[in-house]
Design a protein around this ligand. Structure first.
Ligand code: LER
Ligand code: MN
Length: 272
C-alpha cells in the first residue's frame, strides 16, 4: 500500500489537514514516520517555489501523488460555478496553472471545492453546465502534459454539486475526457454512499486517488469504518494509486499521522 498524507504549503483554514506550518520539518517528519508520499495542498502555484518544494520532497525520498486545489475556494472564493464569469475564468486559470508541477511529479490535480456550490439565483442545471465546460477546458489543457484530474464527490454539508460517486460518474460521462476521474474520500462516502464497497466497485478504474479518514474524520482506526473491507475492495478494482490521509489533526497532528500509518500498515489491509 502506497501511503501519503496531506500537507499544506501555507497555513490554511481547512481543518482536515494534519500538517500546517514549517514545510521542510513536516516533510522530514512524514518521511520519518514511513509514509511514501505527501499530497500537497497548494492555494496558488504563483505563491510557492515549485522547484524548492519538489527538491525538498524528493530529498526525503517521498513522492507527490496529488495536488489539492481547494484553498483557492476556501481562501479566495474561486469556483467554476460562480455567477461572475471572471471568477469562473480565474478558477479555470488557477487549475491550469497547477499543470506544470503535476506533469513534473506525476501528481493528480484534485478538483474538490474548486467546483463551488450552487449560488443563490443560479439554477442547478446552469451550475452543472458551467462545471462540465470548466472541466473540459482543464482536461484539454492537461492532456498533452499527461496530467490527470480527479473530481472529488463531497458530502451535502459542503456542496450541492456532486455528493456521491454515482453523480461523479454521470459527470465524467458528460465531461468525456479519459484524463478525468474521481477522488473517493471515505469521510464523504460514509455520509453519502448507501454501501461504500458497492460504490467503489461500481466506479472501478475511474478512481484516480483515494482519501482516508475515519467516520469522525479522525485518523483511520479512530472511528467505526471497516477499512479492511474498504481497502480490499479498492485494490480489487485494480487500483494502483495512493491511499492518502486527510484527517483532523486530533488529538494532535503528529499523533494522528503516526496512528494512521500504524493502523493502515498493520491492521487494516494487505501489506504490499
Ligand atoms: C477535500 O479533499 C475534502 O475532502 C473536502 O472536505 C474539503 O472541504
Ligand atoms: Mn477529501
Amino acid at each position: 500500500m502506497k501511503l501519503s498524507i496531506v500537507l499544506s504549503t501555507h497555513v490554511a483554514r481547512f481543518q482536515a489537514v494534519a500538517f500546517k506550518g514549517d514545510f521542510e520539518a513536516n516533510v522530514a517528519k512524514i518521511a520519518g514516520l514511513g509514509y511514501d508520499g505527501v499530497e500537497l495542498a497548494i492555494r496558488d502555484p504563483k505563491l510557492v517555489d515549485a522547484d524548492e518544494l519538489i527538491r525538498i520532497v524528493s530529498a526525503h525520498g517521498l513522492q507527490i501523488p496529488a495536488i489539492g486545489t481547494g484553498q483557492a475556494w476556501g481562501e479566495e472564493g474561486l469556483s467554476y460555478t460562480d455567477p461572475d464569469p471572471a471568477v469562473r475564468a480565474a478558477a479555470i486559470e488557477r487549475t491550469i496553472s497547477h499543470i506544470p508541477s503535476a506533469a513534473r511529479t506525476g501528481a493528480v490535480i484534485i478538483i474538490g471545492l474548486l467546483r463551488g456550490i450552487v449560488r443563490p439565483g443560479v439554477e442547478h442545471t446552469q451550475a452543472m453546465d458551467w462545471l462540465v465546460e470548466a472541466l473540459q477546458q482543464c482536461c484539454a489543457a492537461a492532456l498533452s502534459h499527461g496530467v490527470r484530474l480527479a473530481l472529488e464527490p463531497i458530502c451535502r454539508y459542503e456542496t450541492t454539486l456532486i455528493n456521491n460517486l454515482t453523480e461523479g460518474r454521470e459527470l465524467l460521462e458528460r465531461v468525456g475526457a479519459d484524463n478525468m476521474g474521481m477522488l473517493a474520500d471515505t469521510f464523504h462516502m460514509n455520509i453519502e454512499e448507501p454501501v461504500i464497497e458497492d460504490s467503489i466497485r461500481a466506479s472501478g478504474d475511474r478512481i484516480f486517488h483515494f482519501h482516508v479518514a475515519d467516520s469522525n474524520r479522525w485518523y483511520p482506526g479512530a472511528g467505526h469504518l471497516d477499512f479492511e473491507s474498504i481497502l480490499n475492495t479498492l485494490y480489487a478494482t485494480g487500483y494502483k494509486g495512493y491511499v492518502s490521509g486527510e484527517f483532523m489533526p486530533m488529538p494532535d497532528a503528529d499523533t494522528a499521522a503516526q496512528k494512521a500509518i500504524f493502523y493502515l500498515r498493520h491492521t487494516a489491509t494487505r501489506k504490499d
